[in-house]
Design a protein around this ligand. Sequence first.
Ligand code: HEC
Length: 502
Amino acid sequence: MRKILFLLSLALPLAAQDGGQLYGLYCSACHGADGKGATGGQFPPLAGSPWPMGNPDRGIKIVLHGLHQPVEVNGKTYNLEMPPQGAALPDDQIAAILTHVRSSWGNKAAAVSVDQVKKVRAATMQRKEHWTAAELLKQHPLENAKPALANLISHHYKGSFTSMPDFSKLKPDAVEEEPSGLIDYSSYAKTDHFAMTWEGDLETPGGKHEFYLDSDDGSRLWVDGKVVAEIKTLGPVGRTVKKGVDLKAGTHKIRLEYFEFTANEGLSVGVKFAKQRSILWLSKEKGSSAVKTWPEIMLKPSADRPIIYRNFIQGTTARGIGVGFPGGINIAYSADHLSAELLWTGDFIDAGHHWTDRGVGYEPPASKKVFALSKVGAFSFASESTTAWPATSEIPVRFRGYQLSPEGNPTFLVDAAKARVLDGYEAVTHPGPAMLRTLRVEGKPTQTISLLVYEGNLQTKQPDRFSAEGLSVTVTGGQFRYSNNTVVLDLTAAQSQLRYNW
Ligand code: HEC
């Protein structure tokens, strides 16, 4: 017996490197002896992480040259720096360590050979910098270890929904299996006006878990046949609903319903299991208002001057321009849609996300009192029909930037029909809160330029005022035109002024 063992160990001289011991020496200080991330999870875990799994080249590269900048592990973003270890560790030790990582704490992946490490080292000899997660993902996309939702099936419905439809009365136009296990409307959302449902199985530990839901427009989350969270109305993301739910350990039925009326879409749903700090996202999109991994840097206007913030703002397009007026009145103007799209009161925006996380993702308004104003591009041209919709592409409408008044109030400039539209915004706190929007056309337009003031369900309509849920708008210098759910204003007066109260 002894003899045979002795011979075996001779036959495997290099594999005899003790990966566990080497891991304890070279990795555990940061990643923890239990692989969960040292100092209570301040460092990223290797247990359950997809990074060292799958294609071994990814893990080898990280150990050789280190890693910096944001990296997401199991739903949590880290923005730290791991030092390179390639100089300190020979190929066989790296192979042994990674083999240990890939087969410990529930991780299950094939051993890493010395040859693999040797190859990667030779191929990356010239490399002097740390890797970034983004670079590695391009070279070696993560093999999705385990889908968040098992047996996920989606149903897609066409229709113009302004509230959650009764799905039992609708016929789906597509039913799909979703092996990614992630709730994702993007393969369908080429047009507006649709609804979707997803059903799948979620395995949970026992305890009181917290579910997070956010959407543009509405959504409803069911767990085991009960509604646990709901966003009922049309509106932008940034309206996160958080709900605690007691669940027994085991498999639970998840159903998510979603409808999208027009323009922007968004849907995120996640769960933070009892005693865990990170959120497991069940959707492809991750809601950023629910969890912050960056320090808060709240932007505030000075007492008498608005502040302008140009960065990704959730609920508007990529070219969003936030304006925080004194008195806690704020707008987000979209340079793509040429209109203020969001109005909100309260805190302006937390810039910490973009200043420390280098612009990943969108940041929602800092307050929950957000009103989505115009869901579609704003300027177009009057035609025979009552609506001035949609904008004709032969007549370009272009964003030209903005000017600031001596008080710091912005006027956005739009070129249309060979003329210029000046679209100025000013906050009113007394009696308020209200937003004054002043529109003027300079030059002689080749056609009447119209403004799509609003699209959505209307409660009252008069020539000089209309109201919708939570919003009323009056006009001086011009009259509103109505057609179905849209409100249009022809810019023919020397100056038109809209007053938004919400
Ligand atoms: C000095 C601390 C430190 C040491 C030692 C260290 N790491 Fe890391 N490691 C980090 C940090 C910090 C990150 C995340 C870097 C970032 O934010 O971009 C990381 C990221 C990783 C990742 C990708 C993310 C994840 O959690 O899966 C892997 C894989 C990894 N390390 C493996 C190792 C292995 C194997 C060793 C030992 C050879 C090791 N690390 C040693 C600090 C360290």
